[in-house]
Ligand binder design. Sequence first.
Ligand code: DTR
Ligand code: CA
Ligand code: ZN
Ligand code: ZN
Length: 445
Amino acid sequence: MRPNRFTLRRSPAAIAAVVLAALLATAAPTAQAAGATTPVAAAAAAPDIPLANVKAHLSQFSTIAANNGGNRAHGRPGYKASVDYVKAKLDAAGYTTTVQQFTSNGATGYNLIADWPGGDPNEVLMAGAHLDSVSSGAGINDNASGSAAVLETALAVSRAGYQPDKHLRFAWWGAEELGLVGSRFYVNNLPSAERSKLSGYLNFDMIGSPNAGYFVYDDDPVIEKTFKDYFAGLGVPTEIETEGDGRSDHAPFKSAGVPVGGLFTGAGYTKSAAQAQKWGGTAGQAFDRCYHSSCDNLGNINDTALDRNSDAAAHAIWTLSADSTGEPPADDVYSNPTRVAIPDAGSAVTSSIAVTGRTGNAPAALQVGVDIKHTWRGDLVIDLLAPDGTAYRLKNPSSGDSADNVVATYTVNASDKAANGEWKLRVQDVARYDTGYIDGWKLTF
Ligand code: DTR
Ligand code: CA
Ligand code: ZN
Ligand code: ZN
């Protein structure tokens, strides 16, 4: 408020009334700033992986099995037909594909490796799934589910023309069911200089179990956190995969010192009552009653689990490939640069920041960076609103503060508030004759 030549100075009582009104002010319906935002330091967001596309691949694998003796097992025609299907999709999408042959149990096996052109050749992020089934069936959950999710994510990279810092490599393994034969052959035959370039290997083996659990491998902590943060953002609890290390194709990579991680929805073990409570499904029943059985067919898939895990896979690949240090940002900064006009002596306005993908609550020292351009800043009342609506007063009005602009960082103890959600900066100009605008703000967790 700046007295101008036409305005008598207000009496102290009148100013006090204005200040009191502001202190009691509850936000009137206010103009929302456009532009909810993304973390400044985080990776570009992965696209949604369309469940319909993933299921279309499952249908193809099912048809391949039906046309080739009912399975897609190592050494059988259904496996090579599966390799040819995946390879054709990737060649058409611009990948550089390689078919690596090996022998196991007297039969020729095949690994399919697909490199996405670009990225740092000295920083290679891999994602893979075994493509073979057991001989008793089509292997739709085990492991067409993982194979299809990895394929569709690779195709999404192509559709997006995504060019991350790191080089992306995808793999479909042969003869996993015979004892991780294909992936072991790949790792053992990779020159050590090439092996040292692998920044991580992500494994997807059984990710659509009908009575699904949500398990995250607890090997590399950064990869584990990336997956857990994603599911936390969905509000889906996860558990550490405890069915024993070495049970799938991440094992040879881990033995070679490569950081590994992955997702799993469960095989023959039984879902507990507590797990059914948090995930739904049926307690006392196996996560996949058709594990390694002929009924592991198109009907043996939980669409929600397959969709969530496909999207989680894409999230991890985008996140872990976008930063050449391989680490998600240590301090996550979320900002909204949108300019929002503050009406003179009018209603409060707000500017929003959408926080997603974090686990747990906000910190006890949540940093709120404010940048407001406004003459006579004493007119302004500034609050932070938590996602649940709780208001934290950052600045009270002060009739004597005639300086301009509020460019400051406030520390708020928001440790009892969930981090994820829509945070708002609320600003009100409670006195006349000076105006301004929010010129941006940010949250640092
Ligand atoms: N070995 C996988 C199934 C499997 C069993 N336990 C785990 C743990 C993590 C991933 C996969 C698995 C198979 O039969 O293909
Ligand atoms: Ca999806
Ligand atoms: Zn299996
Ligand atoms: Zn498997």
